[in-house]
Design a protein around this ligand. Sequence first.
Ligand code: NAD
Length: 428
Amino acid sequence: MSNTSYNPYLTAQAQFDNVARLLGLDEATRELLRQPMREYHFTIPVRMDDGTVRIFKGFRIQHNDARGPAKGGIRFHPNETVDTIRALSMWMTWKCAVVDIPLGGGKGGIICDPRTMSEREQEQLCRGYVRQLARNMGPNLDVPAPDVMSNAKHMLWMLDEYETISGGRFPGTITGKPVGMGGSLGRTEATGFGVIYVLREALKKLDIRPENTTASIQGFGNVAQYAAKMYTQLGGRIIAISCWDNTDRKAYTYRRTGGIDVEELVSITDAFGSINKDKARELGYEVLDGEAWIEQDVDILIPAALENQITAKNVGKISKQVKIIAEAANGPTTTDADKVINERGIFLIPDFLANAGGVTCSYFEQVQCNMNYFWDKDEVLSKLDRVMTSAFHAVYDVSAARKLNMRDAAYVIAIERVAKAVKSRGWA
Ligand code: NAD
């Protein structure tokens, strides 16, 4: 979204085409899987606090549901595009397949800026979104969740609207709900922790001890904060964090070579993952350009902000010291940059494997809602660790056996699983 010269949908299709060719996938399956099965585009009228009515644009895209109901977040962003949602819905299909959970891929979005909207306006927007989509979502159809700039509160408003329309209680309709209201313990941590579970396994494979490593992270929202926590728990040291500044409307990188203190930095960060620049300076952080995160002399880079952040323009700035890139964000690397990273032999853990912890925990949330019995946090996180660890090793083994990079290996597993479901159903 912030880098409009790249179209993530074209990136997603190029990645798919590449592996479809490799697998010798037949024409009909290729045609079916390289585009979404269904798209809903609609308008959402909201009466604003000043009495005027504003019309927002909403989308829900269901890429494929051969393996189970569509699943994926709803993003709130002023620069949201339908092609971004298409790409993300496609990545959700591969993500659910690579961790082998019985769900398909979907994604939603609203072109809006919740940072400039009151609580009441946000509630009306959430309810309006569901009023438009209610017929085409549900626990057995399509199950939304929070994503960029949407949160548990938004999900509960959406669920409430859905249940009001449907006349019953259907907690499995939406995940990422507040704990105590059908939410799962560990969901907030799941994506970020999941990134580090697979990073930990990659370090083992490369024979590197986490406590001897340093990292630089782009983003300091939900995913990045918990990834940072878990990585420092493993003994790693974070040198730099980059995030968006809501006041200046530009990104900055916060660097402290001795290492950042995650809790301290969280305490000066707002709910949208924007760090207070002045307070950071007081705490001894250097405030650098937004792009500086990518050129740090560290062992690990974790893009955890938005898509299209590592591009042909800045990939050359990645330090020779970097050994691993863990893609916590969706689609952070463009195809041309990916090629360079591959040629340099940097071990890249692809997005739809690295950040699958979120949807895996969402699946756990649905399971718990269906049973109406909720697990404690340790149980959730240990189950999550098992799923992520085993998915990592499955991908690593295919990558070693077929001499593929990790992205292509993850695609091979995911596409084979989805193609099998599509074929078994007689769709192709
Ligand atoms: P978030 O809104 O909580 O945080 C986003 C962070 O990115 C913020 O700190 C923001 O300041 C920063 N940012 C935005 N533009 C930036 C820029 N140009 N430079 C530097 N920083 C910038 O979002 P999140 O939930 O943490 O999601 C981050 C990424 O992870 C997204 O790509 C999202 O699709 C993906 N993801 C999220 C989840 C989840 O469970 N939340 C699951 C899977 C994937």
